[in-house]
Write a protein that binds this ligand. Structure first.
Ligand code: CA2
Length: 143
């Protein structure tokens, strides 16, 4: 099983500021977690982070026919991107949305998720563990 893990803008800055919201773990810690999760679940994980909406759309389109599942934290694009929603719908690959923080308990503008309208599950507020849970969910359901 092949899973694509996508991260949106500023996720590469994790651990540098706002540890009260996003924790102290870094993007490097996330990459290590994805490697260990791939071994644990017996899946292949490819990860991609971009600060650019169109790059994320391109990556989702390129996943068509190549990946069995997508784990996506669109970061700030969560709350704005119909383009990412449409790309997910276009490829029709099972997807899980992850948020490091508990977005439900934050500002009103974070209460809407466009990509989340396609994703079959949203995991939030578990820190980096949410990515692991998302991969394990996809493996259990589709692996
Ligand atoms: O909780 C999440 O995972 C978010 O997707 C993170 C986004 C935020 O815009 C979403 O509302 C929720 C932010 C990504 C990281 O932003 C940083 C800000 C300061 C320092 C380091 C990273």
């Amino acid at each position: 099983m092949k899973i694509l893990v996508l991260n949106g803008p500023n996720i590469n800055m994790l651990g540098i500021r706002e540890p009260d919201i996003y924790g102290k773990q870094t993007f490097g810690d996330l990459l290590a977690l994805l490697e260990s999760t791939a071994l644990e679940a017996g899946v292949t994980i490819e990860q991609y982070q971009s600060n650019h909406e169109g790059d994320l759309v391109d990556k989702i389109q390129a996943a068509y026919g190549r990946f069995d599942g997508i784990v996506i934290n669109p970061a700030a694009y969560t709350h704005t991107s119909v383009a990412i929603l449409d790309a997910l719908k276009a490829v029709s690959i099972p997807a899980v949305e992850v948020h490091i923080s508990q977005v439900d308990a934050r500002e009103p503008f974070r209460q809407i998720s466009y990509p989340g309208m396609y994703c079959e599950k949203t995991i939030q507020g578990l820190g980096l563990e949410g990515y692991r849970q998302a991969v394990l969910y996809l493996k259990k359901r589709y692996g």
